[in-house]
Design a protein around this ligand. Structure first.
Ligand SMILES: [Zn+2]
Length: 374
């Protein structure tokens, strides 16, 4: 592996070594802002294996009644929280002491999925992909028949069948083409609780907390809301893609284009590293705030999709199907491989993440400020 340049920018130091450190640094930074900030910690019902306290934390910075609000979310996919938390910490440290205009507030939501963050997994405490959980559970759940065909190849019955299963997956991808294959695997599924990209059978704890915040923070009374949901693991190494899942031609897309220009990629048009997906967290914000919200995912690429799949398949296999055969060393190995894929220990990558996030967040703030208020 190429040797890494030293941390001359200081950006690498923003990346915490684990969830507990990330939460404590978030809390300290919010307390040390030197400007009005309302901070709250919402305890998770479960503790970590060593009794660690888990929570979703948020910091509301600026005027509580501001009509324009910038929101950042980290760790919707737990293990991706290292970068998201570093970005939020950077924002708070960089802007410490700087008063915001009265019309503007910033809301950082830290560790939306704290259990996944602590355990270096994408999914939550129930094996649910929170970013597929925002469907209407009172209706028939969406089907993904292509996933059902792949299911036993993704997570085979026995570890000894791993190589053959991987070969079958490669054959599917060759026969179906990349888009259909990616949609089958990662588009979301509701039939296989042990598999990846499982959307769950009911609203997750994190979803209920987030939708509670919509009410508690009176977000419906705001005139413009810019959300940046911070993710990692998909797309070219070090590049931060702005993914827009507002319906093509909608006001959300138009706002995204006004604020972020040609940076915006749209899965529905095939211009993104991502394919269209079911049950995204985006849809909760779009349903609640309509044309007043511009929700974008800021997704930082790391390594190729094939490596993502290998790490994810092993993570799910070891935690579920093969748990009786799993040795502690194997779990640690898979944890390391998830960490490496979603949080590369490389100063060049970390520097790219922080630089790009500063650029995108400034575009969001400028965009919000440029919109006329009624
Ligand atoms: Zn993600």
């Amino acid at each position: 592996m190429k040797s890494q340049p030293p941390d001359s920018s200081g950006f690498a130091r923003l990346f915490s070594s684990d969830y507990l450190q990330a939460r404590s640094r978030f809390t300290l930074a919010a307390e040390g802002l030197g400007i009005p900030c309302h901070r709250q910690s919402i305890p998770h019902p479960l503790a970590g294996p060593d009794g660690e306290r888990l929570s979703l934390d948020y910091a509301w910075i600026g005027n509580p009644d501001a009509p324009r609000v910038l929101v950042t979310q980290s760790a919707v996919h737990g293990v991706e929280g290292f970068a998201g938390s570093a970005i939020q910490l950077d924002q708070m440290l960089e802007r410490s002491g700087q008063t915001l205009p009265g019309e503007l507030a910033v809301l950082h939501i830290h560790a939306v999925n704290p259990h996944g963050f602590l355990n270096c997994r994408r999914v939550n405490e129930d094996g649910v992909d929170l970013n597929r959980n925002f469907v209407d559970f009172s209706q028939a759940l969406p089907a993904n028949p292509d996933y059902d065909l792949l299911r036993t190849s993704l997570i085979p019955e026995n570890l000894s069948d791993w190589e053959r299963a991987s070969k079958r997956l490669a054959d599917y991808e060759r026969d179906w083409g990349s888009t259909r294959f990616h949609q089958a695997v990662s588009g979301g599924q509701f039939n296989d609780p042990q598999g990846p990209f499982y959307g769950g059978a009911k609203p997750a704890w994190s979803r209920e907390v987030l939708e509670g915040l919509f009410v508690d923070l009176k977000l419906a009374s705001r005139q413009r809301i810019a959300v940046l949901d911070l993710h990692t693991g998909l797309g070219p190494y070090g590049y931060g893609e702005l993914i827009c899942d507002h319906p093509p031609g909608s006001e959300g897309v138009k706002m995204a284009r006004r604020w972020y220009g040609a940076n915006v990629a749209e899965p529905a048009l095939g211009t993104s590293s991502s394919v269209p997906k079911l049950g995204l967290i985006d849809f909760a914000w779009q349903r609640a705030f309509g044309d007043r919200v511009c929700f974008l995912t800021l997704e930082f690429g790391t390594y190729p999709f094939a490596e993502l799949m290998e790490s994810l398949r092993r993570d799910h296999a070891l935690h579920k199907s093969f748990s009786s055969q799993t040795e502690p060393g194997q779990l640690e190995q898979v944890r390391q491989s998830m960490m490496r894929h979603f949080n590369p220990p490389a100063t060049d990558w970390q520097e790219a993440v922080i630089s790009r996030s500063r650029q995108v967040i400034q575009m969001a703030l400028d965009g919000l400020s440029s919109e006329e208020l009624k």
